[in-house]
Ligand binder design. Structure first.
Ligand code: CTP
Length: 402
């Protein structure tokens, strides 16, 4: 279930050339199932029409005309009460000043006063205006009052200059919205360490031993855990888009992943090892590129540490660690191999993954998995997207941690 589905979102659009990005945001929120009520300031209407927003949300877009005419005095109270999240994107310097000072002379700011929901503010303005002490003071006041600031990003500005003031991109704002809605979820207050991607072991400065893991399943797990309010550390060798609110540690080798997991696991409630960790690495990696004139190289391998097995054996050392989950990528005897691994590594659950079928496993967006528990029970899930698999796995982990 998409965490944004059915949520009432107020989207304030203010006078900035980035107002067109607000239309993209309104569209993406609507596609995610949110009910989006857009409020434009008079300055926003100079950049973009309410009709654009009505067309993408399928709902009325409000302007200052609604404050002074029509339903008049109740519009802002009705909108303010109904909103479960208020996003102001783009937020101009003037609107920041209005919100910080509780001014209420347009529909957007009066609705903000009437609302009691969390607020995300996405500034967009010239770098000099953003760094001005007056704006910074307003940012501080609003942050202290609980608003979540997303951006501004650094980059090319409308003025032609480069600096900090660009409106943050839509996927990041969507991620922030998910983060807010997830805050009180089933994993709220629980720390999860999640690994993702395939490790790389150097043969020489050019070549590595690696595998086909894309990291998609691990990143999907991180997002699903954040949707349930978990505090997530993602230890990864991939460089996919990072879910909002997730702390990322980048690693290359199995040894680096081992060290990162051991450092992060200390106060974690759960570990999910979705990474495809190398089982072998070259005994030594050549400092110089191996040249073919030197003939066929003989690469001697040695085993890497089995991270999950080490954690399983030492579970008593981490009193807060209540749930350890592994993945088993198998091409034959899926259930038997998964059960053996679960017990050998002292896990609570293993996600068994049939990599022999073309629509499951590495690189593709879908997966066909079986959830095997400590009591040997096995739940076979149908073909699902990796996002859906992640939601199912996280739902089971939340039950184990409850
Ligand atoms: N794993 C690990 N450290 C390793 C190898 C694997 O922590 N050096 C973890 C993986 O992240 C996964 C689980 O162990 O969660 C099972 O990995 P898999 O490669 O399927 O099994 P192996 O134990 O490596 O056995 P084999 O490769 O022989 O199937």
């Amino acid at each position: 279930m998409n965490i944004l589905a059915g949520q009432r979102v107020l989207l304030g659009i203010t006078g900035s050339v980035a107002a067109y990005k607000g239309a993209e945001l309104a569209s993406r929120l609507t596609q995610a199932g949110a009910l989006v009520d857009v409020i434009l300031t008079a300055a926003a209407e100079k950049f973009i029409s309410p009709l654009t927003f009505q067309s993408v949300t399928g709902r009325k877009a409000y302007t200052d005309a609604d404050l002074w005419g029509g339903e008049g005095h109740v519009t802002h109270i009705g909108l303010g009460r109904a909103g479960e999240l208020f996003i102001v994107a783009p937020a101009s310097a003037t609107t920041l000043a209005r919100l910080a000072n509780g001014l209420a002379e347009n529909l957007l700011s009066v609705t903000a006063l009437a609302s009691h929901c969390p607020m995300i503010i996405v500034p967009a303005m010239d770098a000099g205006m953003y760094s001005h002490p007056a704006t910074q003071q307003n940012v501080k006041i609003l942050s202290e009052r609980g608003a979540l600031f997303v951006g501004p990003a650094s980059g090319h500005l409308a003025s032609g200059l480069v600096g900090v003031g660009r409106m943050e991109e839509t996927p990041v704002i969507m991620g922030a919205a998910r983060y807010i809605f997830g805050r009180n979820g089933t994993l709220s207050g629980k720390r999860l360490v999640i690994t993702a991607g395939g490790t790389r072991e150097a043969i020489d400065p050019v070549r590595t031993i690696t595998n086909h893991s894309s990291g998609k399943q691990g990143y999907a797990l991180a997002q699903a855990a954040i949707d349930q309010g978990a505090d997530v550390v993602l230890i990864t060798s991939s460089s996919l888009a990072v879910p909002y609110g997730c702390r990322v540690l980048s690693v290359d080798t199995a040894a680096q992943m081992h060290d990162a997991v051991m450092a992060e696991i200390k106060d974690a409630a759960g570990l999910i090892m979705a990474a495809a960790v190398a089982d072998f690495r070259p005994v030594s990696s050549s400092p110089e590129k191996i040249k073919k004139e030197a003939g066929l190289p003989v690469i001697q391998l040695e085993p890497t540490a089995d991270i999950l097995k080490t954690v399983g054996e030492k579970r008593g050392s981490w009193p807060s660690l209540k749930c350890v989950v592994g993945f088993a990528a198998e091409s034959e005897d899926l259930l038997t191999n998964a059960r053996v691994k679960l017990h050998r590594k002292n896990l609570d659950m293993i996600v068994a993954n049939d990599i022999s079928s073309p629509d499951a496993g590495f690189s593709v967006d879908t997966n066909r998995v079986m959830l095997v528990q400590k009591d040997d029970s096995a739940l076979s899930l149908p073909l699902m997207t990796k996002d859906e698999v992640a939601e199912e796995v996280i739902r089971h982990i939340a039950e184990l941690l409850a």
